[in-house]
Design a protein around this ligand. Structure first.
Ligand code: AMP
Length: 144
């Protein structure tokens, strides 16, 4: 059905469910699956001088951890390294831009993630549905 799929994972416990649906949409063929996680910037407004916190170090640590977790998922799925993307920025726009850059047919995301159940659809899902130039498959993830 789709020749190239971008799977966006927030690395929460529901990520496997999102990946499973992407695999089903790809009919088990992982050769055309791309995986992305976007690390959100540590608040720039946080005062480093007052609290003696090294924001760059924390940011780099978050990126390294995300890269490691994505690598583990990619190894399990047998994904090519070039198809695994760790980005820095706002998840919605970064995922959308990457999807356009690769030229995917579909983006697969969870209906909800870390931002919780306060709204009908998660904020990333809503942002992607507005303005994506390909199909956006939202996988229902449970409240448990
Ligand atoms: P949320 O907007 O937090 O409710 O998340 C909904 C879905 O968007 C998640 O299940 C993921 O598929 C995707 N998503 C959210 N945050 C990220 C992120 N930082 N990187 C990649 N995908 C994300």
């Amino acid at each position: 059905m789709y020749s190239t799929i971008l799977v966006a994972v927030d690395l929460s416990k529901d990520s496997q469910k999102v990946i499973d649906k992407a695999l089903a949409a790809a009919k088990g063929d992982t050769s055309n699956i791309h995986l992305v996680h976007v690390v959100e910037p540590v608040a720039a407004a946080y005062s480093m001088d007052i609290y003696a916190v090294n924001i760059n170090e924390i940011q780099q640590e978050a990126i390294t951890m995300a890269e490691q977790k994505l690598k583990e998922i990619a190894q399990r799925l047998n994904l090519d390294e070039a198809k695994v993307h760790t980005l820095l920025g706002a998840p919605g726009p970064e995922i959308r831009n990457l999807a356009t850059e690769i030229g995917v047919d579909a983006i697969v995301i969870g209906s909800h993630g870390h931002s919780g159940w306060k709204i009908l659809l998660g904020s990333t899902a809503i942002k992607l549905l507005h303005g994506a130039d390909c199909d956006v498959l939202t996988v229902h993830v449970g409240k448990e």
